[in-house]
Design a protein around this ligand. Structure first.
Ligand code: ADP
Ligand code: MG
Length: 263
Protein backbone atom coordinates (compact mmCIF):
# COMPACT_ATOMS: atom_id res chain seq x y z
CA UNK A 1 0.00 0.00 0.00
CA UNK A 2 1.36 3.48 -0.86
CA UNK A 3 2.84 5.43 2.02
CA UNK A 4 3.14 2.40 4.25
CA UNK A 5 6.48 0.79 4.84
CA UNK A 6 6.11 -2.93 4.50
CA UNK A 7 8.04 -5.28 6.73
CA UNK A 8 10.32 -7.43 4.62
CA UNK A 9 8.69 -10.85 4.34
CA UNK A 10 11.94 -12.72 4.70
CA UNK A 11 14.53 -11.58 7.16
CA UNK A 12 17.90 -12.28 5.69
CA UNK A 13 20.22 -14.10 8.03
CA UNK A 14 23.06 -11.66 7.29
CA UNK A 15 21.11 -8.76 8.82
CA UNK A 16 21.02 -10.46 12.20
CA UNK A 17 24.49 -10.01 13.69
CA UNK A 18 25.83 -12.68 15.97
CA UNK A 19 28.37 -11.80 18.64
CA UNK A 20 31.86 -13.18 18.42
CA UNK A 21 33.61 -14.13 21.65
CA UNK A 22 35.37 -10.74 21.68
CA UNK A 23 32.12 -8.89 21.22
CA UNK A 24 32.32 -7.87 17.60
CA UNK A 25 29.30 -8.49 15.41
CA UNK A 26 30.00 -11.23 12.88
CA UNK A 27 28.07 -12.10 9.77
CA UNK A 28 26.27 -15.38 9.79
CA UNK A 29 26.51 -17.31 6.56
CA UNK A 30 23.42 -17.12 4.37
CA UNK A 31 21.49 -20.35 4.19
CA UNK A 32 21.75 -21.91 0.75
CA UNK A 33 18.83 -20.74 -1.40
CA UNK A 34 18.07 -24.00 -3.14
CA UNK A 35 14.60 -24.77 -4.51
CA UNK A 36 12.45 -27.03 -2.33
CA UNK A 37 13.08 -30.68 -3.13
CA UNK A 38 10.69 -32.28 -5.60
CA UNK A 39 7.93 -34.40 -4.15
CA UNK A 40 7.82 -36.65 -7.22
CA UNK A 41 10.78 -37.19 -9.50
CA UNK A 42 10.74 -39.65 -12.40
CA UNK A 43 13.95 -39.78 -14.43
CA UNK A 44 14.17 -41.74 -17.66
CA UNK A 45 11.45 -44.13 -16.57
CA UNK A 46 10.77 -47.02 -18.92
CA UNK A 47 8.31 -49.82 -18.38
CA UNK A 48 8.28 -52.91 -20.51
CA UNK A 49 5.43 -55.38 -20.07
CA UNK A 50 6.07 -58.94 -21.13
CA UNK A 51 3.15 -61.16 -22.03
CA UNK A 52 4.48 -64.53 -23.17
CA UNK A 53 6.80 -63.69 -26.04
CA UNK A 54 5.25 -60.29 -26.57
CA UNK A 55 6.83 -57.16 -25.19
CA UNK A 56 5.15 -53.84 -24.92
CA UNK A 57 6.84 -50.59 -23.96
CA UNK A 58 4.16 -48.83 -21.91
CA UNK A 59 6.54 -46.05 -20.76
CA UNK A 60 9.32 -44.92 -23.06
CA UNK A 61 11.53 -42.55 -21.08
CA UNK A 62 9.36 -40.44 -18.80
CA UNK A 63 10.86 -37.47 -16.97
CA UNK A 64 8.44 -35.81 -14.60
CA UNK A 65 9.12 -33.58 -11.62
CA UNK A 66 6.30 -32.44 -9.36
CA UNK A 67 6.92 -30.01 -6.53
CA UNK A 68 5.29 -30.15 -3.11
CA UNK A 69 1.85 -28.55 -3.09
CA UNK A 70 1.20 -28.86 -6.81
CA UNK A 71 -2.13 -29.99 -8.27
CA UNK A 72 -1.47 -31.86 -11.49
CA UNK A 73 -3.84 -33.48 -13.98
CA UNK A 74 -2.57 -36.26 -16.24
CA UNK A 75 -4.43 -36.68 -19.50
CA UNK A 76 -4.02 -38.94 -22.53
CA UNK A 77 -5.84 -41.51 -24.62
CA UNK A 78 -6.76 -44.90 -23.25
CA UNK A 79 -3.67 -47.12 -23.28
CA UNK A 80 -1.22 -44.20 -23.34
CA UNK A 81 0.41 -45.20 -20.03
CA UNK A 82 -1.34 -43.07 -17.42
CA UNK A 83 -2.07 -45.87 -14.95
CA UNK A 84 1.43 -47.23 -15.47
CA UNK A 85 2.89 -43.84 -14.48
CA UNK A 86 0.73 -43.72 -11.36
CA UNK A 87 1.86 -47.24 -10.49
CA UNK A 88 5.47 -46.08 -10.71
CA UNK A 89 4.77 -43.07 -8.45
CA UNK A 90 2.92 -45.12 -5.82
CA UNK A 91 5.39 -48.00 -5.96
CA UNK A 92 2.60 -50.42 -6.91
CA UNK A 93 4.87 -51.46 -9.77
CA UNK A 94 8.53 -50.91 -10.58
CA UNK A 95 10.15 -49.42 -13.68
CA UNK A 96 12.15 -51.60 -16.06
CA UNK A 97 14.72 -48.81 -16.02
CA UNK A 98 14.99 -45.25 -14.70
CA UNK A 99 14.73 -43.74 -11.23
CA UNK A 100 11.69 -42.97 -9.12
CA UNK A 101 11.96 -40.75 -6.04
CA UNK A 102 8.84 -39.75 -4.11
CA UNK A 103 8.70 -37.73 -0.88
CA UNK A 104 12.42 -38.24 -0.37
CA UNK A 105 12.26 -42.02 -0.77
CA UNK A 106 14.22 -43.81 -3.48
CA UNK A 107 11.58 -46.34 -4.52
CA UNK A 108 14.00 -48.36 -6.68
CA UNK A 109 16.00 -49.44 -3.66
CA UNK A 110 13.14 -50.38 -1.34
CA UNK A 111 12.01 -53.93 -0.59
CA UNK A 112 8.36 -54.80 -1.26
CA UNK A 113 7.67 -54.78 2.45
CA UNK A 114 9.17 -51.34 3.05
CA UNK A 115 7.48 -50.05 -0.09
CA UNK A 116 4.07 -51.22 1.12
CA UNK A 117 4.55 -49.53 4.47
CA UNK A 118 5.95 -46.38 2.87
CA UNK A 119 2.95 -46.26 0.52
CA UNK A 120 0.51 -46.64 3.41
CA UNK A 121 2.11 -43.76 5.26
CA UNK A 122 2.85 -41.41 2.38
CA UNK A 123 0.31 -41.82 -0.40
CA UNK A 124 -3.47 -41.83 -0.53
CA UNK A 125 -4.84 -43.54 -3.64
CA UNK A 126 -8.31 -43.10 -5.13
CA UNK A 127 -9.40 -45.45 -7.90
CA UNK A 128 -12.05 -45.24 -10.59
CA UNK A 129 -14.05 -48.12 -9.13
CA UNK A 130 -13.60 -47.04 -5.51
CA UNK A 131 -12.28 -50.45 -4.39
CA UNK A 132 -13.90 -50.40 -0.99
CA UNK A 133 -14.08 -53.67 0.92
CA UNK A 134 -17.73 -54.71 0.47
CA UNK A 135 -18.19 -56.32 3.88
CA UNK A 136 -16.83 -53.36 5.84
CA UNK A 137 -18.81 -50.26 6.77
CA UNK A 138 -17.85 -46.81 5.51
CA UNK A 139 -16.18 -46.13 8.86
CA UNK A 140 -14.25 -49.42 8.81
CA UNK A 141 -13.11 -48.80 5.24
CA UNK A 142 -11.97 -45.29 6.18
CA UNK A 143 -10.00 -46.62 9.18
CA UNK A 144 -8.37 -49.55 7.38
CA UNK A 145 -5.07 -47.93 6.30
CA UNK A 146 -4.38 -46.91 9.91
CA UNK A 147 -4.66 -50.57 10.95
CA UNK A 148 -2.35 -51.55 8.14
CA UNK A 149 0.49 -49.21 9.05
CA UNK A 150 -0.42 -49.36 12.75
CA UNK A 151 -0.72 -45.63 12.81
CA UNK A 152 -2.13 -44.19 16.03
CA UNK A 153 -3.60 -46.06 18.93
CA UNK A 154 -6.50 -48.32 17.93
CA UNK A 155 -8.86 -46.23 20.07
CA UNK A 156 -7.96 -43.06 18.14
CA UNK A 157 -8.38 -44.63 14.72
CA UNK A 158 -12.17 -44.60 14.82
CA UNK A 159 -12.26 -40.95 15.83
CA UNK A 160 -9.94 -40.00 12.99
CA UNK A 161 -11.82 -42.08 10.43
CA UNK A 162 -15.04 -40.45 11.58
CA UNK A 163 -13.47 -37.01 11.25
CA UNK A 164 -12.43 -37.82 7.68
CA UNK A 165 -15.90 -39.11 6.82
CA UNK A 166 -17.34 -35.89 8.18
CA UNK A 167 -14.85 -33.89 6.12
CA UNK A 168 -16.19 -35.52 2.96
CA UNK A 169 -19.78 -34.95 4.06
CA UNK A 170 -20.59 -38.53 5.09
CA UNK A 171 -20.69 -38.28 8.85
CA UNK A 172 -24.23 -39.65 8.87
CA UNK A 173 -23.40 -42.72 6.71
CA UNK A 174 -20.56 -44.13 8.81
CA UNK A 175 -22.42 -47.39 9.50
CA UNK A 176 -23.44 -48.05 5.89
CA UNK A 177 -21.99 -50.82 3.77
CA UNK A 178 -20.68 -49.81 0.33
CA UNK A 179 -23.70 -51.29 -1.50
CA UNK A 180 -25.94 -49.00 0.54
CA UNK A 181 -24.13 -45.94 -0.82
CA UNK A 182 -24.32 -44.17 -4.19
CA UNK A 183 -21.26 -44.09 -6.48
CA UNK A 184 -20.45 -40.55 -5.38
CA UNK A 185 -20.77 -41.52 -1.73
CA UNK A 186 -18.54 -44.56 -2.22
CA UNK A 187 -15.91 -42.35 -3.81
CA UNK A 188 -16.15 -39.99 -0.83
CA UNK A 189 -15.46 -42.95 1.46
CA UNK A 190 -12.48 -43.78 -0.76
CA UNK A 191 -11.20 -40.22 -0.29
CA UNK A 192 -11.70 -40.46 3.48
CA UNK A 193 -9.73 -43.73 3.36
CA UNK A 194 -7.01 -42.04 1.28
CA UNK A 195 -6.68 -39.38 4.00
CA UNK A 196 -6.36 -41.90 6.82
CA UNK A 197 -2.63 -41.49 7.40
CA UNK A 198 -2.34 -37.78 6.50
CA UNK A 199 -0.59 -38.48 3.19
CA UNK A 200 1.75 -35.95 1.60
CA UNK A 201 0.43 -37.04 -1.78
CA UNK A 202 -3.02 -38.01 -3.01
CA UNK A 203 -3.18 -39.79 -6.34
CA UNK A 204 -6.37 -40.45 -8.29
CA UNK A 205 -6.64 -42.85 -11.22
CA UNK A 206 -9.72 -41.54 -13.05
CA UNK A 207 -11.36 -40.86 -9.69
CA UNK A 208 -14.34 -39.26 -11.43
CA UNK A 209 -14.49 -41.77 -14.30
CA UNK A 210 -17.45 -43.65 -12.88
CA UNK A 211 -19.43 -40.65 -11.68
CA UNK A 212 -21.88 -38.32 -13.38
CA UNK A 213 -20.46 -34.90 -14.19
CA UNK A 214 -22.00 -33.13 -11.21
CA UNK A 215 -20.73 -35.71 -8.72
CA UNK A 216 -17.37 -35.73 -10.50
CA UNK A 217 -17.12 -31.96 -10.13
CA UNK A 218 -17.93 -32.30 -6.41
CA UNK A 219 -15.09 -34.83 -6.14
CA UNK A 220 -12.76 -32.29 -7.69
CA UNK A 221 -13.93 -29.77 -5.06
CA UNK A 222 -12.71 -32.18 -2.40
CA UNK A 223 -9.36 -32.72 -4.14
CA UNK A 224 -9.01 -28.96 -4.53
CA UNK A 225 -9.63 -28.33 -0.85
CA UNK A 226 -7.06 -31.01 0.05
CA UNK A 227 -4.58 -29.29 -2.22
CA UNK A 228 -5.41 -25.89 -0.69
CA UNK A 229 -4.53 -27.41 2.69
CA UNK A 230 -1.08 -28.34 1.37
CA UNK A 231 -1.44 -31.88 0.02
CA UNK A 232 0.10 -32.56 -3.37
CA UNK A 233 -2.59 -33.91 -5.70
CA UNK A 234 -2.09 -35.75 -8.98
CA UNK A 235 -5.05 -37.21 -10.85
CA UNK A 236 -5.78 -38.84 -14.17
CA UNK A 237 -8.87 -37.75 -16.03
CA UNK A 238 -10.44 -37.95 -19.47
CA UNK A 239 -12.56 -34.91 -18.79
CA UNK A 240 -10.84 -31.74 -19.98
CA UNK A 241 -13.12 -29.56 -17.85
CA UNK A 242 -11.90 -31.43 -14.75
CA UNK A 243 -8.28 -31.40 -15.98
CA UNK A 244 -8.58 -27.62 -16.35
CA UNK A 245 -9.06 -27.32 -12.61
CA UNK A 246 -5.47 -28.42 -12.00
CA UNK A 247 -2.58 -25.93 -12.02
CA UNK A 248 -0.70 -28.08 -14.46
CA UNK A 249 -1.75 -30.52 -17.18
CA UNK A 250 0.64 -33.27 -18.25
CA UNK A 251 -0.28 -35.04 -21.49
CA UNK A 252 0.88 -38.61 -22.12
CA UNK A 253 0.99 -40.20 -25.56
CA UNK A 254 2.38 -43.65 -26.34
CA UNK A 255 4.31 -43.79 -23.09
CA UNK A 256 5.87 -40.35 -23.35
CA UNK A 257 5.15 -36.94 -21.89
CA UNK A 258 4.25 -34.88 -24.97
CA UNK A 259 2.99 -31.72 -23.25
CA UNK A 260 3.37 -30.18 -19.81
CA UNK A 261 1.35 -27.02 -19.45
CA UNK A 262 1.42 -24.83 -16.34
CA UNK A 263 -1.55 -22.57 -15.88
P1 ADP B 1 -3.93 -45.96 -19.52
O1 ADP B 1 -4.06 -45.93 -18.05
O2 ADP B 1 -3.38 -44.69 -20.11
O3 ADP B 1 -5.18 -46.35 -20.22
P2 ADP B 1 -2.10 -48.13 -19.00
O4 ADP B 1 -0.99 -47.48 -18.29
O5 ADP B 1 -3.04 -48.95 -18.22
O6 ADP B 1 -2.85 -47.07 -19.92
O7 ADP B 1 -1.47 -49.11 -20.11
C1 ADP B 1 -0.52 -48.69 -21.05
C2 ADP B 1 -0.27 -49.81 -22.04
O8 ADP B 1 0.35 -50.89 -21.38
C3 ADP B 1 -1.54 -50.35 -22.67
O9 ADP B 1 -1.28 -50.65 -24.00
C4 ADP B 1 -1.82 -51.61 -21.89
O10 ADP B 1 -2.47 -52.56 -22.69
C5 ADP B 1 -0.42 -52.07 -21.51
N1 ADP B 1 -0.44 -52.78 -20.23
C6 ADP B 1 -0.84 -52.26 -19.06
N2 ADP B 1 -0.69 -53.16 -18.07
C7 ADP B 1 -0.20 -54.27 -18.63
C8 ADP B 1 0.18 -55.55 -18.13
N3 ADP B 1 0.08 -55.86 -16.84
N4 ADP B 1 0.67 -56.45 -19.01
C9 ADP B 1 0.80 -56.16 -20.33
N5 ADP B 1 0.47 -54.96 -20.86
C10 ADP B 1 -0.03 -54.02 -20.03
MG1 MG C 1 -5.69 -46.30 -16.82
Amino acid sequence: MAGKTEEPRVRRAETVPARTPIGRPALRPLPALSPPPALIELRGVEKLYRTGKLRYAALRGVDLVVGPGEMVAVVGASGSGKTTILNMITGIDRPTSGRVTVAGADLNSMTEERLARWRGETVGIVFQFFQLLPTLTALENAALPMDFVRKRKPADRWARARKHLEAVGLGDKAGHLPFELSGGEQQRVAIARALACDPKLVVGDEPTGNLDSETGAAMLDLLESLNAAGTTVLYVTHDMALAARAHRIVTIKDGRVVADERR
